[in-house]
Design a protein around this ligand. Structure first.
Ligand code: ACO
Length: 427
């Protein structure tokens, strides 16, 4: 027997179908609600609204579970590479060795950026934020690749192009922003090693690839690869729902990710930890400010719309901070401050009552600092990691017969009708 929910308004009863996901998620299907009752639902920030059915990522915010295509993120972080995880997200299953090799070759084949695009890079003012540059450049890719393929093989080329070129463009934007010569991708390097080489190699100081640093980057990107219907993915799906092209959709995703409440938090966390450090290292004044409702300050890297427990990615990232710092034989005073801040916050009734725990951004900046990534590139690093997620979610939306144009409703609370007054008659 199919379950239904009953809604009664002004004595009228409406039966609404109840849907259930494979992991027991429950939803009330309100698609016909407005047509049948005249009512819409009011849900600012879509906190209780499911906009699609998806088989890509499962997360349980109460239990702290995150799985890509059914596989726990912990297992992927332990055993997989970013390229393999990208294949998994996009294609729905782990690749065979042959498929993985083929995918890697494709990524290599599409790693170069059209030389004409360099002029764009060079026109951005010195100091422009790399996220702004990246979103513009990704959108510009459409001008260089105007054909929107329909054949599966060609679609895969578009995905590979995005995955590979975005990484090259990110490294290019960094080099150009510093006034340094651009380093081209190399065929003999893996995806992550290639990125590091493009970022840090120079004619005067050749970059030595350290496998521990490469592994740290692999894990960082695996942990960011998808996160179901987060804000930037919603932006990607929205552009996809109007049949916008994938470059425009990913560019919109990058813009949404940039915000401090979303991916921009990784930069904001380091800035906050640095501020604590510079003011003597005591986190208490910052904790107090975060609790003060008259102060807009929030503890960056804490809290999450879905996780009401410890973010499973933050657990791995915290361990990764210790591992990479010890492998590189380095200390980072900001790690000690972060740990102290976490310890105090997790004992504080405000944070306990509000279920506020560290999210992925809390410790990720320390890993990025350790491997040499400058702070203004942190959110770009997140964007490269999130690409396979955006691509898979875009693709799923395109194939979903139930996907409709994203077009929310509103509750109008403005003036009722009033009439135009000529300018000379206004008081
Ligand atoms: N510091 C202090 N208080 C907080 C914090 C925080 N970091 N996060 C939430 N709260 C409080 C709010 O003030 C609010 O309190 P109230 O109910 O007493 O008014 C309550 O917790 C709920 O907060 P909302 O903003 O309604 O929660 P929402 O789900 O909309 O926001 C968000 C989630 C944006 C992540 C929020 O926790 C936040 O601003 N965190 C800091 C920024 C951050 O780390 N963002 C990265 C998120 S992870 C990611 O995108 C990759």
């Amino acid at each position: 027997m199919k379950k239904t929910a009953t809604l009664t308004i002004d004595g009228n009863t409406y039966e609404l179908p109840v849907l259930e996901g494979t992991e027991g998620d429950k939803a009330i299907d309100i698609r016909k609600l407005r047509a049948e009752s005249g009512y819409i639902t009011y849900d600012p920030g879509f906190a209780n609204t499911g906009v699609c059915k998806s088989s890509i990522t499962f997360m349980d915010g109460e239990k702290g579970i995150l799985r890509y295509r059914g596989i726990p993120v912990e297992e992927l972080a332990e055993n997989s590479t970013f390229v393999e995880t990208s294949f998994l997200l996009i294609n729905g299953r782990l690749p065979t060795r042959k498929e993985l090799n083929r995918f890697s070759v494709m990524l290599n084949d599409h790693s170069m950026v059209h030389e004409d695009m360099r002029h764009f890079f060079e026109s951005f003012p010195r100091g422009a934020h790399p996220m702004g540059i990246l979103s513009s450049m990704v959108n510009a890719l459409r001008a260089f690749y105007p054909e929107l393929p329909e054949e599966e093989e060609e679609i895969n080329v578009t995905f590979a192009r995005l995955l590979s070129k975005v990484r090259t463009m990110a490294a290019m934007s960094y080099k150009i922003s510093r006034g340094h010569a651009v380093v081209y991708p190399r065929y003999d390097l893996t995806y992550c090693a290639n990125f590091l080489n493009m970022m840090f190699d120079s004619p005067v100081r050749p970059y030595v690839i350290d496998p521990d640093v490469v592994r740290a980057l692999e894990v960082f990107w695996i942990l960011h690869a998808d996160h179901e219907q987060n804000s930037s993915t919603a932006a990607v799906r929205l552009v996809g729902s109007v049949r916008g092209n994938i470059y425009a959709a990913v560019s919109a995703g990058i813009c949404a990710l940039w915000g401090r409440l979303h991916g921009g938090a990784n930069q904001a966390v380091i800035e906050m930890l640095q501020q604590i450090h510079d003011s003597g290292g005591d986190p208490m004044p910052f904790i107090e400010r975060a609790k003060d409702k008259s102060d807009p300050f929030r503890l960056m890297g804490f809290g999450h719309r879905v996780y009401k427990t410890y973010d499973p990615r933050a657990k791995i990232m915290k361990r990764m901070c210790d591992t990479i710092l010890s492998k590189l034989n380095r200390k980072d005073p900001l790690l000690d401050i972060a740990k102290k801040l976490e310890e105090v916050a997790l004992k504080d009734p405000y944070f306990i009552d509000h279920n506020l725990y560290p999210n992925v951004d809390f410790y990720s900046g320390i890993v990025l600092r350790a491997i040499g990534i400058p702070v203004n590139m942190f959110t770009v690093m997140f964007a490269i990691g999130r690409l396979p997620g955006w691509i898979s979610q875009f693709r799923e939306g395109q194939h979903d017969p139930e996907q409709r144009l994203f077009r929310p409703r509103q509750l109008y609370v403005g003036d009722q009708v009033r009439h135009y007054v000529p300018i000379d008659e206004r008081g």
